[in-house]
Write a protein of this length. Structure first.
Length: 426
């Protein structure tokens, strides 16, 4: 990343003199805006469809602060390059999109440009939203024009140089972004294509479930093969690997249940995905959830999602003292809910024996749950979910490593131990 950063810096300096012209420059297939804004008269049906699509895209999740007015923006989004603040999407004339035309909004969705032509940061997932159709973009625009205006000014991003420059964004886009629409696969049924459109476009699932390069661009060729969510240190597991979060062998009804309620017979959601279910997927229609399930069940095994090679015995050897320490902590803190043999309680506390989330090679989520707790989303299908309290204030790094090593090496589980160094990244 250091060398790429220097390369980007040199390019920025070379482009710096032309940076002011970047806002007016069309890049990579952009169409110019019409000279005059077209008349836009939204129907109630269009507004309602836009409301639904905004839920599908989880727009409020990023554009609403805790306790703040919906869509008024201001939510800090931490990235490895600094902090980006979400923008005001309400129809306020000064701070929001009240002066935007539907063409301005479409350009933001499809090309990643603001009304004034400035390039937007890809914390706004326009690399995925570029697949959204103009019809759906107009519906979302119609809905956002119907929400109460909020005079909340947009906050200035806090990014390090050179990432805070339009020239840097132009370089990034030249390397990593091309506007393109969704192209249906004629060999697949309509339900599959609908699922592909939702997962790849509005759902922007790859934004979390895909690996990124050193400049933060999603590595689309690797697909939904899993990715560590930067700064948050949660791992979005591979949706193409049966050892992680692949659902190829799940019945469609169970995939729908997971997205609708947050729980299913073979798994449940926690961490950032719990927020996605709470704010977004629980409100989607059964037909759209079934379409997403159809697409996810048919994912090819991604290159990075192949089964992990067998570990040498030395790697799996667990220190007896660590196992004894972990067993004691488990007995004191965990067994009451998860059982003496890690069997769990159906409908309440998940089993730990044979649990693929426990046995994944990536242990970031286990460490996060131990330290900060784990909470399922409250949904219509699971209105009073059980949660796991945090233990980070009670257990030190050695304790967390010991109890996770014990759990990953007991009751038939046979996964590598967790080290204290692993736990320090929480």
């Amino acid at each position: 990343m250091r060398y790429l950063g220097w390369t980007l810096l040199v390019l920025v300096l070379l482009l710096g003199g032309a940076a002011g012209g970047i806002v007016a420059l069309n890049l990579r297939g952009e169409d110019p805006l019409p000279e005059q804004a077209e008349a836009f008269n939204a129907t109630p049906q269009q507004v309602e469809r836009g409301r639904y699509l905004a839920l599908a895209g989880n727009c409020a999740g990023c554009h609403t602060t805790r306790g703040g007015q919906p869509y008024a923006g201001g939510l800090p989004i931490e990235t490895p390059f600094g902090t980006v603040y979400s923008s005001n999407l309400t129809p306020d004339e000064k701070s929001g999109i009240g002066s935007w035309s539907s063409a301005h909004f479409w350009r933001a969705m499809h090309n990643g440009r603001s009304k004034d032509g400035r390039l937007l940061y890809p914390a706004f997932p326009y690399p995925n939203f570029t697949q959204v159709t103009r019809e759906d973009s107009d519906a979302i625009y119609a809905y956002l024009r119907s929400v109460p205006p909020a005079p909340a000014p947009n906050l200035t991003h806090r990014l390090r140089f050179p990432y805070d420059t339009q020239a840097a964004l132009a370089v990034w886009r030249a390397l990593s972004f091309k506007p393109e629409g969704f192209v249906a696969n004629s060999s697949k049924p309509a339900e599959w294509n609908r699922g592909a459109y939702l997962v790849g476009g509005l759902g922007h699932c790859i934004a979390c479930h895909g690996p990124r390069d050193s400049l933060g661009a999603t590595q689309t060729k690797l697909g939904l093969s899993g990715g560590l969510i930067a700064v948050e240190n949660w791992y979005a597991p591979s949706l193409a690997d049966p050892h992680e979060a692949g659902v190829a062998d799940w019945p469609t009804a169970e995939v729908v249940a997971l997205l609708k309620s947050g729980i299913a017979p073979r798994g449940s959601v926690m961490g950032p995905m719990a927020d996605v279910v709470f704010r977004s997927t629980q409100y989607l229609s059964e037909a759209d959830l079934a379409a997403m399930a159809s697409y996810l069940k048919d994912l090819p095994r991604a290159p990075a999602a192949t089964a992990a090679p067998a570990q040498p015995a030395a790697v799996l050897r667990r220190d007896a003292g660590t196992m004894a320490r972990g067993a004691k902590i488990y007995d004191q803190r965990c067994a009451y809910c998860h059982g003496d043999q890690g069997q769990g309680v159906p409908g309440a506390f998940p089993p730990l024996a044979g649990n693929r989330a426990v046995n994944m090679a990536q242990t970031a989520n286990l460490i996060q749950v131990i330290a900060h707790g784990g909470y399922l989303p409250a949904t219509e299908g699971n209105p009073r979910p059980y949660g796991m309290p945090p233990f980070g204030h009670l257990l030190d790094a050695g304790d967390v490593a010991a109890v996770l090593t014990f759990v990953r090496g007991s009751w038939g589980n046979d996964s590598p131990p967790v080290t204290q160094l692993d736990t320090m990244r929480r």
